[in-house]
Design a protein around this ligand. Structure first.
Ligand SMILES: Nc1nc2c(c(=O)[nH]1)N[C@H]1C(S)=C(S)[C@@H](COP(=O)(O)OP(=O)(O)OC[C@H]3O[C@@H](n4cnc5c(=O)[nH]c(N)nc54)[C@H](O)[C@@H]3O)O[C@H]1N2
Ligand SMILES: Nc1nc2c(c(=O)[nH]1)N[C@H]1C(S)=C(S)[C@@H](COP(=O)(O)OP(=O)(O)OC[C@H]3O[C@@H](n4cnc5c(=O)[nH]c(N)nc54)[C@H](O)[C@@H]3O)O[C@H]1N2
Ligand code: SF4
Ligand SMILES: [Mo]
Length: 829
């Protein structure tokens, strides 16, 4: 190890060393005079206690940071960022160290239980009584078997939220196929970020989040993503920020677009406050400016055959005059849409000054490499697919796809195969039972529903309640709490009253309060669980969550709960799960894949993975340079790729190029035109579409994430929720941000109680704060407070929960739930 490495990457830092020995006898006598070396020499002899450091991963957001968990005499007392982990690099966000609150949450379920109060709902005590695991698992298996025997297995749904890897969410698809239900599983991706994923798939063929090479980028143009609050992977974003922005003269220029001044906008060079739902118009105007001013990247996009730029505002261009390289449909897009999308036009739509639009576009077009990134602020609107396509198209126009300083897609880990072949364990019912003819309860993939969506979790409760397409009988939840996190959650409360509900949460959340049986999971510090990384820097990476402590209570890892239920089913399905054995067996088989492909940190088997907590293999394998694609040959990006290679490995669209004219949308054009009322001739291009704002009010309601928000899982972390909104001065509560002019018009003073209403029929109350940094037409109200269950600190903490006034409306194509689009009214309470 060189000097620099020793200083910055010590195996155990001095602070940690002291922390680790603080409870030992030697450390207790560390009063005057001892140097660190003397203490080290004395510590082992006098020590009666033992400190263990376990490498694991955080659970509070999808960043999946590596953590060092310090356990002394069986008590976890500290959590730090792992230094030899590519995402954490020894650092954590403010939530990371709070994991002890989760482990020692006094309101945790201590073991399996059943409900004894048949009445369900808010304010009804479920009267849970403890039962044995055998009784709990037998009850669930018998119920599932009963439905299957009656030919009604489709009436069982298994809904999941934050799935981690092959040993939990990865087991669900097989369970659904062997059992026979189209509703196993239904994920929460449509409540999360499907809008972005599917918009990208329509253009470059990849249904995935992007990985980014920020460190080599010279400009970031961010639309509706909380880069310094939420955007994945949050902890690493802050480290990146220090690198790209930390010098006296920031290396990388940043423009950020949002509806209020948040940390990200405050730290950027240029902050643009956009009218909610109109980012697409801004992106189209930037594209227009790039073309009119000849700023596109010719090596990637192509050029006019005679080299003379013919893009002039308002004028069509002959497609035959342009020769395209890695893109498809540029001139057609220009002709049907872009030619009229001038900065002046966009200024009227977005309310952003024309001069700011032009300056942003000019800077984006003249700074290479540049990246345009976006997340929920852009796609959680009715027109989200077009907004997302328009923003992503900017990356193609400046040639940043797969480029150094650009963006790419995450590679998967070299996992070994599953221990048992599921295909060989299908009986006739699994192969061809009546369930095969049933639609999904959420109408995903259905002509009358959401033909192209991946999941529609937000529709499950409401559809079952209506009995359309049918009523469910039994529903099981893993790491999702739609009674609270779905839009208009109270509708789910009604739906779950009619159903047999199984929850696996270790915590008494709102959905758990509706449960008939509880099969509580271990908390994250107690369980073994694999977790391939979310998109990061492209190279493959798989973390392992390693138990830092024996489970405190009679809980069971969800993967094992599922396997145990499977074992209790009759026929080949039961045999499959008996052969699968347990989740550790699954994980050991995954790790076998590392034998042939050892990680850069030497991990080549299960034991090594457990010790280091992460397997990764650099570099990313592909690069685009000046419009040529190359594969890594072991030393450099030097092996040229053919267009067929590029299509197969990098841009799996029909054309094998970036499609401004989306063949994916074109294939379903009839359906989209009929069901979404869109123009059949234009719906395959990134076009401008007016957003639809339900709710009936006069102000937009935006409910973003803040740094200490831990999805819907942080409500009972006292430190996190008491500091949730430090920038607004909120202590123990969250303020609703309102512009002073907007407040004055309604006679609402700073710090006064207010009531918010919408067409959901619900009203919530809270406290508002005058803030000049929020748009006058918008209220900003971060979520996390306002639980009616979930533990002593979460419960009954003002203000109310924003989800109750959020209307359940989704993009017909992506299925993305439009969280940031409801219009509400506000009045003095
Ligand atoms: N701290 C923290 N980080 C997290 C999570 C967490 O719970 N806490 N959860 C993770 C998850 S599950 C997800 S999906 C990601 C989400 O990551 P992001 O999408 O980056 O986060 P959000 O807060 O949902 O939305 C981003 C921003 O969009 C803005 N916005 C709303 N409407 C508009 C609009 O019309 N236009 C523009 N330009 N902006 C708008 C909001 O004000 C907000 O600042 O974060 C992940 N990271
Ligand atoms: N108003 C508004 N609503 C939103 C959003 C927003 O920005 N504004 N964001 C949306 C987004 S991006 C997302 S991703 C969704 C997230 O919403 P959900 O899909 O509901 O996911 P979580 O809130 O993370 O899930 C929490 C559930 O998991 C349980 N749980 C916690 N830890 C564990 C564990 O270790 N094991 C098990 N088995 N269960 C556990 C909790 O008790 C709780 O029941 O919310 C969406 N809802
Ligand atoms: S960024 Fe997410 S995963 Fe990383 S420490 Fe913070 S909460 Fe945990
Ligand atoms: Mo999400």
């Amino acid at each position: 190890m060189g000097l620099i490495e020793r200083i910055f990457k010590p195996a155990v830092s001095r602070r940690r060393f002291l922390q680790a020995t603080a409870t030992s006898g030697a450390a207790a006598s560390l009063v005057g005079g001892y140097t660190l070396r003397e203490t080290q020499a004395q510590a082992p002899a006098a020590s009666k206690t033992e400190t263990k450091i376990t490498k694991s991963i955080c659970h509070q957001c999808p960043a999946r940071c590596g953590i060092d968990v310090y356990t002394t005499d069986g008590r976890v007392h500290a959590i730090y960022g792992t230094s030899d982990h590519p995402i954490s690099n020894g650092k954590l966000c403010p939530k990371g160290p709070l994991g002890t609150y989760i482990l020692y949450d006094p309101d945790r379920f201590k073991g399996p239980m059943k409900r004894t109060n048949p009445k369900k709902g808010r304010g009804e005590d479920p009267k849970f009584v403890p039962i044995s695991w055998d009784e709990a698992l037998n009850t669930v298996a018998a119920r599932l078997q009963g439905l299957r025997d009656k030919g009604e297995s489709h009436r069982f749904a298994l809904c999941f939220g934050r799935g981690w890897g092959a040993s939990c969410a990865g087991l669900l698809g097989t369970f659904g196929e062997l059992y026979g239900s189209p509703n196993v599983p239904i994920g929460h991706s449509s409540m999360c970020s499907d809008g972005g994923i599917l918009a990208k798939q329509c253009t470059d063929g990849n249904a995935s989040y992007n990985a980014y090479d920020y460190r080599n980028a010279n400009m970031l143009l961010m639309f509706g993503c909380g880069f310094l609050e939420a955007f994945r992977p949050y902890n690493n974003n802050m480290q990146v920020w220090g690198y790209i922005r930390g010098e006296r003269t920031p290396k990388t220029r940043v423009t950020a677009v949002d509806v209020h001044m948040n940390t990200t906008l405050a730290a950027s060079d240029r902050a643009l406050l956009v009218k909610p739902g109109t980012d697409g118009a801004l992106a189209l105007a930037i594209a227009h400016h790039l073309l009119v001013n000849g700023l596109w990247e010719r090596s990637f996009v192509g050029d006019f055959k005679d080299g003379v730029n013919q893009f002039k505002a308002g004028q069509t261009v002959d497609p035959a005059s342009f020769s395209e390289k890695w893109v498809k449909g540029l001139v057609e897009w220009w002709n049907v849409e872009l030619k009229d999308r001038t900065p002046k036009w966009a200024s009227e739509v977005t309310t952003i000054l024309e001069r700011d639009i032009v300056a942003t576009a000019q800077e984006f077009g003249t700074t290479r490499p540049a990246i345009a990134l976006f997340e929920r602020g852009v796609h959680a609107h009715s027109n989200g697919i077009f907004n997302g396509m328009a923003v992503h198209s900017l990356n193609a126009l400046v040639g940043s796809l797969f480029a150094k300083g650009g963006l790419m897609y995450q590679m998967g880990p070299s996992y070994g195969p599953m221990p048992v072949d599921a295909g060989a364990h299908k009986d006739d019912y699994a192969k061809d039972g009546p369930w095969k003819k049933q639609p999904r309860i959420d109408l995903k993939g259905h002509e009358d529903g959401y033909l192209l969506a991946k999941n529609m979790l937000q529709e499950v409760g409401p559809n079952s309640l209506k009995g359309k397409p049918y009523k469910l009988d039994t529903v099981m939840f893993y790491l999702t709490n739609p009674v609270w996190t779905a839009p208009n959650g109270p509708e789910w409360e009604e739906a779950l009253k009619e159903l047999f509900v199984i929850d696996t949460s270790p915590f008494p959340g709102e959905t758990a309060m509706m449960a008939d049986i509880l099969l509580p999971d271990h908390t994250y510090l107690e369980r073994l669980q694999d977790a391939p990384t979310y998109p990061f820097q492209g190279f493959p990476m798989a973390q392992l969550r390693v138990p830092a402590i024996k489970p405190l209570y009679d809980t069971k890892y969800f993967g094992d709960t599922l396997i145990e239920i499977g074992k209790r089913m009759k026929g080949p399905m039961g045999d499959y799960y008996k052969a699968l054995k347990d989740s550790e067996n699954v994980i050991r088989h995954l790790a076998k894949g590392f034998e042939k492909d050892p990680g850069d940190n030497g991990v080549k088997d299960f034991e090594g993975w457990k010790e280091k907590g992460v397997w990764y293999r650099k570099p990313y394998l592909w690069q685009q340079r000046n419009g040529e694609f190359f594969e890594w040959d072991g030393k450099a990006y030097a092996r040229p790729m053919t267009p067929e290679d590029v299509k197969k490995k990098l841009m799996p669209t029909d054309s094998g190029r970036f499609e401004f004219r989306s063949s994916k949308l074109e294939h379903s054009a009839d359906w989209i035109a009929a069901k979404a009322g869109r123009d059949k001739a234009r719906l395959m291009f990134p076009i401008w579409e007016e957003p639809k704002h339900p709710g009936g009010g006069d102000l937009y309601l935006v409910t973003p994430k803040v740094a200490l928000h831990a999805e819907g899982r942080g409500g009972n972390l006292p430190v996190a929720i008491s500091l949730l909104q430090p920038t607004m001065g909120g202590r123990d509560q969250v303020y609703i941000e309102i512009h002073p002019e907007t407040a004055k018009k309604r006679g609402i003073g700073d710090g006064e109680r207010v009531r918010i209403k919408s067409s959901t029929g619900h009203a919530i109350e809270g406290t508002c704060r005058h803030f000049e940094g929020v748009r006058p037409d918008t209220l900003v109200f971060p979520m996390e407070h306002g639980h009616w269950a979930h533990g002593r600190w979460a419960q009954a903490r003002a203000p109310g929960h924003c989800g109750e006034v959020t209307v359940n409306q989704s993009d017909r194509v992506t299925g993305q739930c439009n969280y940031y689009t409801t219009k509400v009214t506000i009045e003095k309470a």
